[in-house]
Design a protein around this ligand. Sequence first.
Ligand code: SF4
Length: 409
Amino acid sequence: MSAKVVNADVGATDVAVAATQPASSGFVAFDPGKTNLFDLDRVSLEDFFEQTLGEKRFRAHQVMKWIHHRYVTDFNDMTDLGKALRAKLEQHAQVRVPQVVFDKASTDGTHKWLLGMDPKNAIETVFIPDKGRGTLCVSSQVGCALNCQFCSTATQGFNRNLSTAEIIGQVWVAARHLGNVPHQQRKLTNVVMMGMGEPLANFDNVVRAMSIMRDDLGYGLANKRVTLSTAGMVPMIDKLGEVSDVSLAVSLHAANDELRSELVPLNKKYPIAQLMEACVRYALRKRGTSVTFEYTLMKGVNDQPQHARQLLRLLRQFDNAVQMKDAAKVNLIPFNPFPGTRYERPDDAAIRAFQKLLNDAGMIAPVRRTRGDDIDAACGQLKGQVMDRTRRQAEFRKKLESQGLGDAA
Ligand code: SF4
């Protein structure tokens, strides 16, 4: 493991974000009078060129390539733009990169960044390389309000939504670090909106950011290589289907309402039947669409044979409803314990038995390897540092103290 700390003071509930960044970081200080071009997808950038700068719309394309393909943020370095246009851009716009508070590389190639979004809030972004692919796990909110019981992010409470610029800024920082060249030297092949936060609770900003990820002038990722993961905000799944063709993943974790409502409180509002109907509608929009169901295995909670059989039944019903074999994909994720949690990771034999039950019934059910263990980059371990306005973090710490674990978190 290597840890690089960039002039930062990172506390448990507060982040003093670095006042300065290395000249090479692309960091630009906040200027409220200027439009951050990370906020604009192709159409809104074309509008900005036409309406604000009085320029031809196609000029926006040149600027998008400079920013997202070549990682240039200084307008003076955009050498195929005329001097007058560069001066106008300087006056009205900026490309504001999130501050890298620190980044860590794991021995298995996983890389994690803590990115400062404002003087009080930071979020985490994780890159996970695997055979032939490189996946970036992107956050959509600072903290999360949904309070899933097994989730480390949930213990941090919720502070605010991230802007489009703050979401796309995560992709920019990672892609630049990797030396990613869209369409040529692709290091970043997939993005999953699976970091901190519920992406569908920040709908407009997430959808605009995903449009930049998929644009040839942005990061050029195919629709199926951008995945949005939701805890099950049913009306917003339908809304997503109206505007986007990205891959859908659902954090399921239990196949009966009683248990799921305990693990994912949102289930009380949108129970499993409603959630599955929304997934069916999403899949039916376009022939051949599958939906991935994430199932975190917790010892003695949801890892028993009857749970596997319930899951199987539910996912087979989904296949039948969309009339496609293997339309439902399932990922089994062994729980990653964090300090103070009451849940445990099942032993390997229990994980294998659960998987075998699904496999024997013809369902492919990969067990996701835990990656980035040495840097806490695993699923459900993204915490960041947030100012907790819900007081949940204080309550969580009180609970730890009462268990004699006061210094553990
Ligand atoms: S699992 Fe996802 S939706 Fe649930 S609390 Fe954690 S970040 Fe939020």
